[in-house]
Structures are given as structure tokens and as C-alpha cells.
Design a protein around this ligand. Structure first.
Ligand SMILES: Nc1ncnc2c1ncn2[C@@H]1O[C@H](COP(=O)(O)OP(=O)(O)OP(=O)(O)O)[C@@H](O)[C@H]1O
Ligand SMILES: [Mg+2]
Length: 348
């Protein structure tokens, strides 16, 4: 296993005014594993904890409970100096290619900077690695793009620079946090295709954070669906899309707009009801108040664990638990809740 988070909790302390402080429960016991060369997509509404989980796997935040491992080594509370070798192997591509690049640095300086920080190679070696990174992201001819500054490039080109900056260290693992949501529609498909190609050529592991479950399907081996700081469903991408088990996933998929390539990345899925709150600890299922299938007396009191109900398909939902099969709503075997399964063919 390359990346592993077990029982991950992250609590942020916030200030509300001068004297009061609050706690934000951003992650509430997350289990996540990513194998070498695998792409896992993290989907869910705004505030569900996707970025926090991505940052936790990179140890850019420290967990308040739980453990983080990289390549079998525990890094839960490792110091910055202990993390140095890890930092080279694990990289992030940010959402916003406009604010994440220093406008006063040339493309060559921007991509070379991580190598200088690592103390890598001679200046000649670094130069050829920068050129190779530019070629890998199709900014050609490399020498021409190396001399440019961020404001001389389009959003798509800037995001390519952000990707080259991550690639130049030859990482094993990359987190991409909404990498195409800030760039123009015409460049989005190209950037996604580039990431897809790089992933396959280099067998890097990816954590691909996105609002858009349709993009996740295109890109990921597995999809993990987040809700209110927990993973509520996790399975091979096709299984999540074609036979979603958790009522939240079913609602997310039902809310995906018609397949219009120009619109698809802009429109965000809308699930009825208020999103889960991170202000307090949740008792029972975090989706209880919005769930069309909730079972009062169970779902509002017992927190459902993320359990494997079908091979490779895990979900945190009491509806599949045979102990509650006699409760409403009810239909047939708890393992084959056909009444709950969304079928893209007849769902609309
Ligand atoms: N540094 C921080 N300090 C305080 N609260 C934070 C911090 N970072 C995130 N949060 C809170 O933690 C929760 C999860 O945030 P996170 O950014 O991980 O969600 P997200 O799923 O990435 O959302 P989005 O889709 O909007 O990017 C939210 O309630 C957010 O307000
Ligand atoms: Mg985010």
C-alpha cells in the first residue's frame, strides 16, 4: 500500500470574534488506501473534507486522531526534517493556476525551484530535467516556454506548469485538488487527458479531488464519496456510478446534469437539503436529516461503519445491515436492495 490513512480525524480550531473559539470537525474517522499506480477519486459536496483529506495524506495537516502511512512508513507525527524524503515523493497540483505560481518567476525558475530546494544535481542536470518536465506536459518548444512568465500564458498553460512543477521531482504520488475547475472549458478536457496519460505512462498513484462524479468515472480506478468528513461509499469507479449503494451517492448521481461537455464541469450537483455541518460531532449517520430512506431509531443513534457488503464495494449505511432488515423501509434481501439502486438507463 502506498498511501494509507486509518481512523483519520482532523479538528480545526477557529476564532469566532475576540474571545470565543470554535472547533471544526473536518474529518471524522476516515479510512483511505491507495495502491501504487492507482487513481482514487474523492468526490463530495463543498465542505465535506476532500481537501483536508488530500492534505492529510501529504501530511500538510496533522491528524488529531488516527494514523497516516506512506509506503509502509508511519508519518503521522513526523517532523519536517523527517518528512523531507517523503516530500520529494508526494506532490500536489493546486486548483488555481493563477495564484499558485509566483508571477515574478520565469517558467524555468518555477519548475527548477523544487530541485534547488532538494539540492538536486548540477545546474546543467537541473536544466535538462526542467526541459524534460516541460516536454512531458506538452509545453513545446521547451526553451521558448521556459523563458515565459505566468502572465504570458493561458490558464491551461499555467496549469501545465503547475503539473510540470509536481512532475520534475519524479513523484510516486500526486494529489490534484480540482485541477480543472478554474480553467476555461476548452482546456479542461486537454488537461484531464494529459493527467490521464501521465498517470498511465509513469504509474504514479493519484488522489483526484473533484466535485464532478462524471469526471471521476473517466479518471479513476476507484471512487470514494465523502460526506461531512467521512467516506460513505468506496468501490471501483464503475460500481459506484452504475450501482451506487449509499443514498447520498444515489442522490449525487441523480443530480449530475445532462452530458453537455461545455457545462459538465461548471454545474455542480445539487442534492436536496442542507449539506452536512462540520460544527459539531455527529451522532448516528451524518446523512440522516437528508436521507429519503432513513430509519428512525437506528440511523439517528448508531453511526454506520464503512463496511463491505459486496466484494470490493463498501458503504456506511444501515440499510444493508440484515439486523435492521425488518425495519422500514424494507424490500427483499438487505444485500440486494434493488429499490435503492439507481440505474442510469431508467433513472431519468
Ligand atoms: N484551515 C482551516 N481552518 C478552519 N477550518 C477549516 C480549515 N480548512 C478547512 N476547514 C473546514 O473544514 C471543513 C472541510 O473543508 P475542506 O476544505 O476539506 O472541504 P472540501 O470538501 O475540500 O470543500 P470544497 O469542495 O469547497 O473545496 C469545512 O467545514 C471547512 O470550512
Ligand atoms: Mg477543497
Amino acid at each position: 500500500m502506498l498511501v494509507e490513512v486509518t481512523g483519520g480525524h482532523v479538528v480545526f480550531s477557529t476564532r469566532k470574534g475576540v474571545f470565543r473559539s470554535g472547533q471544526v470537525y473536518a474529518l471524522n474517522g476516515v479510512e483511505l488506501t491507495i495502491r501504487r499506480g492507482e487513481t482514487v477519486a474523492l468526490v463530495g459536496e463543498s465542505g465535506s473534507g476532500k481537501t483536508t483529506l488530500g492534505r492529510l495524506t501529504l501530511r500538510l495537516v496533522e491528524p488529531s486522531q488516527g494514523k497516516v502511512f506512506f509506503d509502509g512508513k508511519e508519518i503521522t507525527h513526523a517532523s519536517e526534517s523527517e518528512l523531507r524524503p517523503f516530500r520529494q515523493r508526494a506532490q500536489i497540483v493546486f486548483q488555481d493556476p493563477f495564484s499558485s505560481l509566483n508571477p515574478y518567476m520565469s517558467v524555468r525558475e518555477l519548475i527548477e525551484e523544487p530541485l534547488i530546494i532538494d539540492g538536486e544535481g548540477s545546474s546543467q542536470e537541473r536544466r535538462s530535467r526542467v526541459d524534460a518536465a516541460l516536454e512531458a506536459v506538452d509545453l513545446l518548444p521547451a526553451s521558448r516556454f521556459a523563458a515565459k512568465y505566468p502572465n504570458q500564458m493561458s490558464g491551461g498553460q499555467r496549469q501545465r506548469v503547475g503539473i510540470a512543477r509536481a512532475l520534475v521531482r519524479d513523484p510516486d504520488y500526486i494529489v490534484t485538488d480540482e485541477p480543472v475547475s478554474m480553467i476555461d472549458a476548452s482546456s479542461r478536457i486537454e488537461i484531464l487527458a494529459l493527467l490521464d496519460r501521465l498517470q498511465r505512462e509513469r504509474r504514479m498513484a493519484f488522489l483526484f479531488i473533484t466535485h464532478d462524479i462524471a469526471t471521476a468515472r473517466y479518471f479513476a480506478d476507484r471512487i470514494a464519496v465523502m460526506y461531512a468528513g467521512t467516506i460513505v461509499e468506496e468501490a471501483p469507479a464503475g460500481a459506484v456510478i452504475d450501482t451506487p449503494m449509499h443514498p447520498y451517492t444515489q442522490a449525487l448521481i441523480a443530480a449530475v446534469p445532462e452530458p453537455d461537455p461545455a457545462n459538465r464541469f461548471k454545474r455542480r450537483p445539487v442534492v436536496p437539503g442542507e449539506p452536512g455541518s462540520a460544527d459539531g460531532r455527529v451522532v448516528g449517520c451524518p446523512f440522516y436529516n437528508r436521507c429519503p430512506h432513513r430509519m428512525t431509531g437506528v440511523c439517528d443513534t448508531i453511526t454506520p461503519p464503512l463496511a463491505e457488503w459486496e466484494s470490493g464495494h463498501r458503504t456506511a449505511c444501515h440499510l444493508y445491515d440484515s439486523r435492521y432488515a425488518t425495519l422500514e423501509p424494507q424490500s427483499g434481501s438487505p444485500l440486494v436492495r434493488t429499490d435503492l439502486q439507481y440505474s442510469p438507463m431508467n433513472g431519468r
